[in-house]
Design a protein around this ligand. Structure first.
Ligand SMILES: NC(=O)c1ccc[n+]([C@@H]2O[C@H](COP(=O)([O-])OP(=O)(O)OC[C@H]3O[C@@H](n4cnc5c(N)ncnc54)[C@H](O)[C@@H]3O)[C@@H](O)[C@H]2O)c1
Length: 280
């Protein structure tokens, strides 16, 4: 089975690692050639790291790299399974899938890694909406085990099952979820970010202190360092999308402070500045 992954940013590169490690010929595409170059070097480093800690052998690392290709040519995006991990914007995702549908066979499965946009809405731009399924990885995708498999109103059950099996072959723990705002994990976890940002706005504590505190209670990362890892702008888009889908319920109100970071281009680790600085 040939796999195409679209978007070589934070998520696309991690998913590509898992796809080639599971033995799938995988093509990684991005509209930005700099992003592709960065992804290539990131993937090499991550596989070397996995080898150095004994997680994979040298043969496995080389075999994985042999299966991976990179392209910025849209016409090459023909496969059995195509997953997108591009910007969290409905019209951009819809446009992408409509263009993919015009150059792929009717058997090709389309998957979206969206964190919050309804699968049903993304699929509505397709002639065959039954072929689109949500396959939601968590960050870092080559480490985190969970994958949510989300069926939209039109998704064919057999397609969801195939996506479930693909994620399982990648060594992931796949879980079915319904097409509701934020699915399961983001719905529950949204308050981790939203409430922390509210507390910051109210000056209940500074962000470093809140991160330390949450770590001390057992969380692996505090909310602010986690937003920097996710991408402050991606996290903001997800909150914005959930706020709209929950009919502007104030529980999901996006934060002014977070919006300011987005506008300033302080997107977290990927821009070397978010809540924290990453100059070194
Ligand atoms: N970052 C996270 O923690 C996380 C976790 C789960 C799901 N997601 C979801 O995954 C998706 C990608 O998030 P990310 O954090 O990897 O974003 P990112 O900004 O790191 O990467 C997105 C990449 O997509 C490329 N891109 C944008 N528009 C494109 C297009 N039309 N065609 C091809 N490439 C395009 C960009 O150049 C960029 O390299 C989003 O839908 C996001 O909600 C993110």
């Amino acid at each position: 089975m040939k796999v195409v992954i679209i978007g070589s940013g934070v998520m696309g590169s991690g998913i590509a690692i898992e796809s080639v490690r599971a033995g799938y010929t995988t093509l990684l595409f991005d509209i930005n050639s700099d992003a592709l170059t960065k992804a290539e070097s990131y993937i090499h480093k991550q596989l070397e790291k996995a080898q150095s800690i004994g997680k994979i052998t040298e043969e496995a690392r080389l075999a994985a790299l042999k299966l991976l290709q990179f392209t910025d040519q849209f016409s090459e995006l023909k496969a059995d399974f195509i997953l997108e991990a591009i910007v969290e914007k409905l019209p951009v995702k819809q446009d992408l899938f409509a263009r993919l549908e015009s150059q792929n066979s009717s058997d090709c499965i389309f998957a979206t890694n969206t964190s919050s946009i309804p699968i049903t809405q993304i699929a509505s731009s397709l002639k065959h909406p039954e072929r689109l399924v949500g396959v939601h990885f968590f960050n870092p995708a080559h480490i985190m085990k969970l994958v949510e498999i989300i069926s939209g109103a039109a998704t064919d059950e057999k397609i969801a099952e195939k996506a479930f099996n693909w994620a399982t072959k990648l060594g992931k723990t796949a879980v079915y979820a319904k097409d509701a705002p934020g699915f399961i994990v983001n719905r529950v976890a949204r308050h981790f970010y939203v409430e922390s940002l509210k507390a910051l706005e109210e000056q209940v504590g500074d962000f470093e202190q809140m991160d330390r505190l949450m770590r001390a209670t057992g969380f692996k990362m505090g909310p602010f360092e986690l937003m920097d890892l996710i991408g402050v702008e991606t996290n903001y888009s997800v909150t914005q999308s959930m706020f709209e889908q929950f009919q502007y319920d104030s529980k999901f109100r996006p934060s002014r402070i977070q919006k300011q970071k987005v506008d300033a281009g302080f997107h977290g680790r990927k821009t070397k500045k978010g809540f924290y600085n990453y100059d070194a």
